[in-house]
Design a binder for this molecule. Structure first.
Ligand code: THU
Length: 160
């Protein structure tokens, strides 16, 4: 028997001011998207923005439904919107932010398992890594280099 240890690193910026101009712009768009979330059930707003290789930006926010399983996460809305419009252009960076209307959330929240799997699919499809920026109510921003860090031993098309 062998024990395999996997670890990953992520960067913590004390505020958006420490980000590149491009990343500040992307995160600000994600923040603006919080107002477009349709989250009457959870009161948990998610805003997102994805920048593609050609520098274009696609926006997303979570969209809920009275039939709860139909709710769609904000990051997937942005990624699917981009893929529907520019299927051959790789996503390069994804900003995600949240606002829980019922209580402040200080620590950056990272994508749910389903979204990790979807982000992973776009990395696989485009043979690329997608940088992920995360922010909640506090000024700090986390930066993860690839969703593979958030989804170790992930499942992808190489198995099919
Ligand atoms: N949600 C997202 O938009 N992204 C995630 O990664 C986690 C959860 C949404 C789905 C639902 O509208 C609300 O947040 C509460 O789960």
């Amino acid at each position: 028997m062998e024990i395999v240890k996997e670890s990953f690193e992520y960067r913590v910026y004390s505020s958006m001011d420490e980000l590149s101009h491009e990343d500040q712009e992307l995160m600000q768009i994600a923040i603006d998207q919080l107002d477009f979330a349709y989250a009457p059930y959870s009161k948990f707003h998610v805003g997102s923005a994805v920048r593609l290789e050609d520098k274009s930006i696609y926006k997303g926010s979570n969209q809920e439904n009275a039939s709860y399983p139909l709710c769609m996460c904000g990051e997937r809305v942005a990624l699917y919107s981009a893929a529907a419009d520019k299927p051959n252009i790789a996503p390069k960076s994804l900003a995600i932010t949240i606002k829980n209307i019922q209580m402040p959330i200080e620590k950056p929240v990272s994508p749910c398992g389903a979204c990790r799997q979807v982000i992973s699919e776009y990395e696989f499809r485009h043979h690329t890594r997608i940088r992920i920026l995360l922010k909640s109510d506090s000024p700090e921003v986390y930066e993860v280099d690839t969703v593979a860090d958030l989804l170790p031993l992930g499942f992808n098309g190489t198995f099919l």
